[in-house]
Design a binder for this molecule. Structure first.
Ligand code: F6R
Ligand code: MG
Ligand code: MG
Length: 373
């Protein structure tokens, strides 16, 4: 068995929240090389999307392994140190705890992990997003694994026809449920259509009995109890031979669907699929970006990556994202561009409520100061 771990954190932005400084990337790569030579990792790759660094690692320690998580934590400490030296913005932003204890759960960095028996050929996609939240994976995962209009394999591949099981987390109540699709599809959509609260954590093939997808399902604001930035999610999808083909797994992103995030984590904006060189959201801290790194895994080695959205076939989605961004921006501070009150990551409402309390009067009573005198 091998484990593929994608662990990410924003340890400082260059400039503002738009990208990762090259020196932080070099530092993370050095750490990965060291971990490979020491035998901790079989292989590793470092990539960024926006202001987040992702460590993509293969090893034999399983999911939530202390050794791997503490390695990632130490690496993020090292990049934070450098970020402070360079005066980068929000240095150490996602490191919410002072000390590492056991694993990264609740500590700030996001992670998606899959432990599996490597198939003779193991094509895997690692998706990294910036300026959005883990629920942003709900729509594409539904399309990949449950929507026959997206994935023709659900209809015409014997190994897919029985469907997939989706594990969904309720981030507000700290509970989970498994939906058996297609039978439970309409039930599931009632929940996952509300991605701020219900988030797909993993997907399993019913026929093959193997886990096919995993997401990072932490919400920083809920962990920290205060605004600390949207928790820019990552996702792993295994492909082919009874799982969605690579093209079926990428297809949902040919539509620039709307996600929560963007400026101050408080706006709806289209998700733009881009090549890694374009993953630096600067306009209104958006539009939110997604990159897809393709690997073939062989004996745990990461053969790749291929920059999967570096394909003119996604130009239409990129154009659409710019158009939708223009359209939404013209709403200014109004919904549906601005998030509903309960989902705002930034808000002045708490202080306004206190400050204006005495000026609110029941509509049925006389107005204290008549409008227009
Ligand atoms: C989004 C994000 C940014 C910041 C924004 C304001 O995830 O991190 O949109 O919220 O740039 O940042 P501050 O309050 O740090 O000036
Ligand atoms: Mg940031
Ligand atoms: Mg980010």
């Amino acid at each position: 068995m091998i484990t593929l771990s994608v662990i990410k954190a924003d340890t400082g932005g260059f400039v503002g929240h738009s990208a990762v400084h090259p020196r932080l990337m070099a530092e993370a790569r050095r750490e990965i090389e060291r971990a490979k030579s020491s035998g901790l990792l079989i292989d590793g790759h470092v990539e960024s999307c926006g202001d987040d660094i992702s460590l993509i690692m293969t090893h034999t320690y399983g999911q939530e392994a202390g050794l791997i998580h503490s390695f990632a934590w130490d690496t993020f400490q090292a990049t934070t140190h450098l970020a402070k030296e360079l005066g980068l913005y929000g240095a150490g932003q996602d490191l919410l705890s002072d000390a590492f204890s056991g694993n990264l759960r609740g500590m700030g960095p996001g992670y998606a992990e899959l432990e599996f028996e490597e198939r003779p050929s193991e094509p895997v996609l690692c998706f990294l997003a910036d300026k959005t939240e883990p629920g942003a994976w709900n729509l594409p995962l539904y399309r990949m694994f449950a929507d026959p209009s997206n994935t023709s394999g659900l209809v015409i591949d014997e190994k897919m026809h029985a469907g997939f099981a989706f594990e969904v987390y309720d981030l507000h109540e700290d509970r989970r449920i498994v939906f058996d699709c297609p039978a439970d599809l309409y039930d599931m959509l009632m929940y996952i259509g509300a991605p701020a609260r219900y988030v797909i954590h993993g997907v399993r093939s019913k026929t093959l009995g193997m886990t096919a997808a995993a997401t990072s399902t932490q919400r920083l604001s809920l962990i920290a109890g205060r605004y600390v930035g949207k928790d820019d999610p990552v996702m792993i999808v295994r492909c082919q031979s009874g799982l969605p083909a690579v093209g079926e797994a990428l297809e949902p992103f040919a539509f620039a669907y709307s996600v929560a995030g963007c400026m101050r984590g408080s706006h709806h904006a289209p998700l733009m699929p881009v090549a890694t060189g374009q993953a630096h959201p600067s306009r209104f801290d958006g539009p939110p970006r997604v990159v897809a790194l393709g690997f073939q895994i062989k004996d745990g080695k990461l053969i790749g990556p291929r920059d999967m959205f570096d394909d003119p076939a996604f130009d239409g989605a990129r154009r659409q994202a710019v158009e939708v961004m223009d359209y939404l921006r013209r709403h200014g501070p109004f919904e549906p561009h601005r998030l509903p009150l309960e989902d705002l990551e930034y808000t002045t409402m708490t202080s306004l409520t206190k400050r204006l309390a005495h000026r609110w009067t029941p509509i049925t009573t006389e107005v204290a100061t008549p409008v227009g005198g």
